[in-house]
Design a protein around this ligand. Structure first.
Ligand code: SAM
Length: 229
């Protein structure tokens, strides 16, 4: 679904590559761990440290890689579209390989990974089928795919993923809205089975962090899916 039907901000909109290229330097100081790491932390069906070979799709600056390493993973590759984000990930020395590419068509060899993570990127993808299909192709026989993102109900409040450029002007990054049924249909048609589904809402922790979001209290803000082959 097109975000523009819900847009209440009207910010100039750029592609993901341009946007994250401009945002990279300040990205980590503006993305709260509550948005995704809290969801990762809450998942009960994943035994992170069991993974022998993990791929972090849309790894960005390496926040998820850091979480995975803290959970005991040692063999993690990362892939991202934006060179500026990858350059920052590289400084963390977490990933074995860092690959410049698209999550929809990675050009990586098939059947390599027992764990794939993908956080905060589905809203930039027009079509979910490609990503679930590509993740299935990359997966070993019994693999886990963890997908964490911004909840579509929150995006429907009219605020796209956005950042301030170097002149302090807000810019939106191309945003799409995917309902849970879109995830379910795309994933199951690629052979994934749903093992766990969690949703987070704007709670007291969020209101403490962003007092203006009191008006959004109890609105869903994020989600996490755990899929298995
Ligand atoms: C909000 S950041 C999330 C980064 C990281 N996963 C995290 O949680 O901090 C979104 C990332 O997705 C990347 N991205 C957007 N579209 C992509 C695509 N089609 N293929 C690969 N990476 C993409 C961007 O370059 C950016 O680094």
């Amino acid at each position: 679904m097109k975000f523009k039907n819900f847009d209440k901000r009207g910010y100039p909109t750029v592609t993901a590559k341009t946007g994250y290229g401009e945002w990279a330097e300040t990205y980590e100081s503006t993305v709260p761990d509550l948005l995704d790491l809290k969801i990762f932390d809450s998942l009960k069906s994943v035994n992170w440290s069991e993974s022998q070979k993990c791929l972090d799709l849309a790894c960005g600056t390496g926040r998820i890689g850091q979480f995975l390493q803290n959970e005991g993973l040692q063999n993690i590759d990362g892939l991202d579209l934006t060179p500026e984000m990858l350059a920052l990930a590289r400084t963390k020395n977490i990933y074995k390989k860092l690959i410049l590419g698209s999550v929809e068509e990675t050009n990586l060899p098939a059947n390599e990974y027992d764990l794939i993570t993908m956080s905060l990127v589905d809203e930039h993808l027009n079509n979910l089928t490609k990503i679930y299909h590509e993740a299935a192709r990359l997966s070993q026989k019994e693999a886990t795919f963890v997908v964490v993102g911004i909840h579509p109900f929150f995006l429907m409040n009219g605020m796209p993923t956005h950042y301030d450029d170097k002149d302090g002007n807000p810019k939106a990054i191309d945003t799409h809205i995917h309902l849970p049924s879109h995830h379910f249909t795309s994933a199951t048609s690629s052979g994934w089975k749903l093992i766990e589904f969690v949703e987070g809402v704007i709670d007291e922790d969020w209101v403490q962090l962003k007092p203006k979001w009191e008006k959004h209290r109890d609105c869903p803000i994020n989600f996490g899916y755990v899929w298995k082959t």
